[in-house]
Design a binder for this molecule. Structure first.
Ligand code: ADP
Length: 363
């Protein structure tokens, strides 16, 4: 187990800056998830920690050592790849023991460690099979087993579930969560899937274009996103963004409205805002409800998706902007019918228009 610290870490390929000065602290035993859209630099960052990519500048520490120039084998890390990287001609037992064989471990040591890993991953019955006789999930378990036997200080996972189908992904996600609880080791996990990030992480690092957008516990990020990008990236369906006009500011409240929105006072904490400004009102679909009285938002039903336990209502607001409401009951709406909606202003977010928005809803 070890603490991992990145200080102003950068990576360039020629003139292209791929990682633009990143500061991240990962505590001993913490499960840290790097999340962001494809191309944001998360795999590069993980590979730099693993020692598979050089660090252009900055400092990387694992435990109490600066490891910038240390080869991968001496960093105390073990990486699990998306592609599993297991050998088809070897049995599961031989694959799991591979790192130990290379390191010259004795037969007894290998047997004991493989048996322990197999017990943890519940794959004792698979040890004599070859990879071709395994399912995708079982192959991924072999790859994890190979990491476990090395007793690394830090586990690194690079999109380990991407090749699995949806149901298996959920099972393996839970298994990795259990593994973390059981081993208590520091883990860094890369994914573009915000659900994996939300469910697995103690700490999430949201990345965009090689820069950190926000770091925090999943629920902190969900309830207090620092910018439009984080707000739009975490949570499903994505947060609704509605362009509004600032009518007035009073203390820590801002009064906003638009053609579809009655004047409403919301928190000004991401300000400053001044009258006349254009701002972005963020509403999570789960917090939008059908109004019993007059309502705060007005529009027309564009589409209804009945999922049984909830109904996803796609509304076109009077100002022409789209809005999704995730209603926690089964309701029937006809397409085109007028609808009045409401929300708790304390659960609304107000953002200044900013440059992070462009790809916020791109996932
Ligand atoms: P992610 O894992 O978030 O999808 P990557 O870390 O794979 O992103 O890539 C980040 C960026 O670095 C991308 O824009 C990619 O094109 C670029 N990149 C990765 N490897 C190289 C390389 N060897 N040479 C040049 N650019 C690279």
């Amino acid at each position: 187990m070890a603490r991992i610290s990145l200080k102003n870490v950068k990576k360039s390929y020629g003139k292209t800056n791929v990682i633009k000065g990143v500061d991240i602290e990962i505590e001993d035993g913490e499960f840290c998830v790097f999340v962001g859209p494809s191309g944001c630099g998360k795999s590069t960052l993980l590979r730099m920690i693993a020692g598979l990519e050089d660090i252009s500048s900055g400092e990387l520490r694992i435990g109490d050592r600066v490891v910038n120039d240390l080869p991968p084998a001496q960093r105390g890390v073990a990486m699990v790849f998306q592609s599993y990287a297991i050998f088809p001609h070897m049995t599961v037992r031989e694959n799991v023991a591979f790192g130990l064989t290379i390191a010259g471990a004795s037969k007894e040591e290998k047997e004991a460690k493989v048996a322990e890993a197999a017990r943890i991953l519940q794959m004792e019955h698979l040890l004599d099979r070859r990879p071709s006789q395994l399912s995708g999930g079982q192959r991924q378990r072999v790859a994890i087993g190979r990491a476990i036997v090395r007793k690394p200080q830090v586990f690194l996972f690079d999109e380990p579930l991407s090749n699995l189908d949806a149901a298996l992904r959920m099972d393996m996600r839970m298994e990795i969560g259990r593994l973390h609880q059981q081993l208590g080791a520091s883990m860094i996990y890369v994914t573009h899937d915000q659900v994996e990030a939300m469910t697995l992480a103690d700490k999430i690092v949201v990345l965009k274009d090689g820069a950190v957008m926000q770091i925090g516990a999943p629920m902190d990020l969900y309830h207090n996103p620092a910018n439009l990008f984080v707000a739009g990236f975490l949570g499903a369906p994505s947060m609704n963004f509605i362009k509004v006009k600032v009518e007035g500011v009073q203390g820590d409240k801002v009064l906003v409205s638009n053609a579809a929105l009655e004047s409403v006072a919301v928190s000004a904490r991401r300000g400053p805002f001044k009258p006349g400004d254009t701002a972005i009102l963020g509403l999570r679909p789960q917090y939008v409800e059908i109004a019993q009285g007059a309502g705060r938002l007005h529009g027309k039903v564009a589409l209804t998706e009945r999922l049984g336990s909830e109904t996803v209502l796609d509304v076109t607001l009077k100002d022409a902007s789209p809005l999704i409401a995730a209603l926690s009951q089964d309701v029937i709406f006809e397409v085109g019918m007028p609808v009045d909606l409401t929300f708790d202003p304390d659960k609304a977010h107000l953002f200044q228009e900013d440059a992070t928005m462009a790809s916020a809803s791109a996932h």
